[in-house]
Design a protein around this ligand. Structure first.
Ligand code: WTA
Length: 679
């Protein structure tokens, strides 16, 4: 959590004006202009979004109200409907429409591989052909409109191609981040009832080989044990193709052995060789689902967030255009993986909807060295760059020399997303990386919101380091107190949104009640973000952190309950409690307290096994940095674990606050003594 006292200090200044290089050409050049547009977006959303919709392709007209929603459970079911009745196709809008507008020969994606020098690109016309081919492959495999397709891939061009092919035929995609384990993949395939999986033989992340297909094979085994079968698994020959082309390399660029099931598996390149490169888009209703994407939930089980066609398209397109002040001629680089919402909205859909060239980067910021991002920036003349605070902080540690080795002179806007960008990291971003000449867009948003919610606009907003500034068009944020009342002026409280915007998530897949309870249950009439915030006297918003049981590790939300249940599955563990702990680079990391079963002994070996267990059940992002022995856990009289107290113990802070509700406080001293020696 960010400390309010620190925020209050930062809120007093200094304030940085938008970069003059950006203002000169900006879409929105003054705060006055921003306010005018903002007011219209709130007071007349139908006219505001209607004007934007004119740039896109639709068939027919909306039936009934263009924008209709209910955010109040006391008025009945929660729903959001935007342009319902009109027909469209998002893939057509982000590819074919650009070709019709003369952008066919422009680059849609630059691909930059893990190894420098390993690169390729695809123009809008080529992208269309490749997407249509793959769409025809999916159809030939029996995938129909409304079927769900799981995608578990490295950051290679086939990933956005698979995503767009699904969009073309109206089969919602469910992308699973390539760092997740076999069991996480299974959970997501089962929950969303996917009928087909697209994957690749493997990938390198830096020097580390990840054998994706063999993880997928483990997933198939688990699925088989649960009597669930897929139509087929389409495998991209990514590492092996390199071996075919270039021969053995150092490090050996191949998975050790790739399992093959003749009945299930087929190669991507063989399948696309035999199909047409034309495919008529499926004309879908504005409210048909476009994709599902899983995000951590506070009860442990991930939630399948559902986004639909028209609202998501317009919102991703508009936020991309204004938050990064995109202009024809810009080259845009977002470092996020398509496995996360940032990759969906700001590697694939948002940039393509604007006809932009976007970079798909397979590698790491620190491989082969900490200058990799800036090498890419110079190589492609990147003007708009978007990354996460954790990456900025990890590069800060290497010092400015790696940055200064490269010119970076094309950069104009630097974006950030995923977690609070602390003022120190903000200044490194602004002064060192941006040479003091770029605007910073610290964008606050969520998987659930589809696109940016609070952000400065690069051409007009005076920036305060650490603040996400003001609402984007269409967003009406409020600060609520514990009783659910709106508080005005300078205030601290729950960040909620009081009016629907086009890309509000529509439901949790298969569990609308969970959707209503999670987001609309706490405060009637409001979408609750789950984040705390501070609004300063100038109206700037500052995010203070999650208020639910999720912990933001390196910008990835991790559910404490899910990690705890992965730990508890170990035979020797009786009870587990996971809390956050500050981490210089990740922002926060996980700290686990473990009570072992009677007679079991806590040892380094157990710690190693437990870390392995979490890696296998969820993935490496969920592995706790610290695991400590806890012969007992502090609990309330009703048996609830007091995580607030555990957080203090982890931090060696003896000011425990009110512990009068604790059933037995005798364990506290022992827990302080058993803190890991490494701390
Ligand atoms: C956090 C990522 C502070 C927040 C797009 C939110 C942020 C969660 C910021 C959503 C930011 C995202 N400043 N915190 N600029 N952006 N967050 O669903 O806690 O992976 O609720 O979406 O990340 O994470 P998600």
């Amino acid at each position: 959590m960010v400390d309010i006292a620190d925020i209050e200090k930062s809120a007093l200044g200094p304030v940085y004006p938008p970069s003059p290089r950006v203002v000169a050409e900006a879409h929105v050049k003054s705060m006055e202009e921003y306010r005018k547009m903002y007011d219209r977006s709130i007071n007349d959303p139908v006219a505001f979004w209607g004007d934007i919709a004119k740039q896109f392709y639709w068939k027919g007209a909306p039936e009934g109200r263009v924008f209709d929603y209910n955010f109040s459970k006391s008025n009945g079911r929660i729903f959001i409907k935007f342009m319902e009745g009109i027909k469209t196709n998002v893939c057509y809008n982000v590819i074919d429409r650009n070709i019709e507008n003369g952008l066919g020969d422009n680059v849609a994606f630059y691909w930059e591989g893990n190894e420098p020098g390993d690169d390729s690109k695809v123009t809008y016309s080529e992208l269309k052909r490749r997407v249509c081919q793959f769409a025809n492959v999916l159809k030939a495999k029996g995938v129909k409109k409304g079927d769900h397709v799981a995608i578990y891939m490295p950051m290679i061009l086939e990933l956005p191609i698979a995503v767009l092919a699904c969009a073309r035929i109206g089969a919602p995609h469910s992308v699973v981040f390539g760092g997740f384990s076999a069991e996480s993949l299974v959970d997501r395939i089962l929950d969303s009832k996917c009928c087909l999986l697209v994957t690749a033989d493997g990938l390198y992340r830096g020097k580390k080989l990840i054998e994706l297909k063999s993880i997928a094979d483990q997933a198939f085994q688990i699925l088989k044990d649960r009597n669930y079968s897929l139509k087929c698994c389409i495998v991209v020959r990514h590492l092996l193709e390199d071996l075919d082309k270039k021969g053995p390399q150092e490090p050996p660029k191949r998975p050790s052995n790739i399992g093959w099931n003749e009945e299930l598996d087929c190669w991507w390149h063989e399948e696309v060789a035999n199909v047409s490169d034309e495919c008529e888009p499926e004309w879908l209703d504005a409210e048909d689902p476009l994709f599902l994407l899983y995000t951590s939930g506070s009860t442990g089980k991930p939630k399948g967030v559902v986004h639909t066609q028209a609202g998501y398209l317009l919102y991703a397109a508009t936020t991309f255009k204004y938050s990064f002040d995109y202009h024809h001629g810009d080259v845009y680089f977002c470092t996020a993986d398509v496995g996360w919402i940032t990759g969906h909205s700001y590697v694939v859909y948002g940039p393509l909807a604007n006809g932009a060239p976007s970079i798909v980067f397979e590698g790491l910021p620190v491989y082969p060295d900490a200058g990799r991002y800036w090498d890419i920036v110079d190589k492609y003349k990147v003007s708009k760059f978007y990354t996460a605070p954790t990456a900025i902080r990890s590069l800060m540690r290497f010092g400015p020399d790696y940055v200064k080795k490269y010119s970076r002179k094309t950069l104009k806007v630097l974006g950030s997303v995923g977690e609070p960008l602390n003022p120190e990291a903000w200044r490194f971003y602004y002064e060192v990386i941006g040479n003091g000449e770029c605007s910073i867009s610290d964008t606050f948003w969520q998987t659930e919101t589809g696109g940016h919610v609070l952000t400065p606009l690069p051409g007009c907003t005076p920036m305060k380091p650490g603040s996400v500034c003001f609402p984007f068009f269409g967003i009406k944020p409020v600060v609520l107190n514990e009783d659910g009342n709106e508080v005005q002026g300078q205030s601290e409280g729950y960040l909620a949104i009081s009016q629907a915007w086009p890309s509000t998530m529509r439901t949790v897949y298969g569990d609308h009640e969970r959707y209503e309870n999670t987001y609309f249950g706490k405060f009637d009439g409001y979408y609750c973000t789950g984040d705390g915030c501070f609004r300063d006297k100038d109206g700037y918003f500052w995010i203070t952190g999650r208020i639910d049981d999720c912990i933001n590790v390196s910008g990835h939300l991790t559910s404490t309950a899910q990690v705890e249940s992965a730990l508890i599955e170990h035979d020797l563990v009786a009870e587990a409690a996971v809390v956050s702990y500050p981490h210089e680079i990740k922002g926060q990391c996980l700290y686990a307290f473990l009570t072992l079963i009677k007679g079991a002994e806590f040892s380094d070996e157990v710690v190693v096994q437990l870390k392995q267990q979490v890696r296998q059940k969820i993935g490496s992002i969920a592995v706790p940095d610290y695991i400590q022995d806890a012969p007992g856990l502090p609990k309330t009289r009703s048996g609830k674990i007091m995580r607030r107290v555990l957080r203090k113990i982890a931090r060696n802070d003896h000011q425990l606050g009110d512990i009068s509700t604790m059933a037995d406080s005798s364990i506290i001293e022992t827990l302080f003594q058993l803190r890991p020696a490494s701390l």
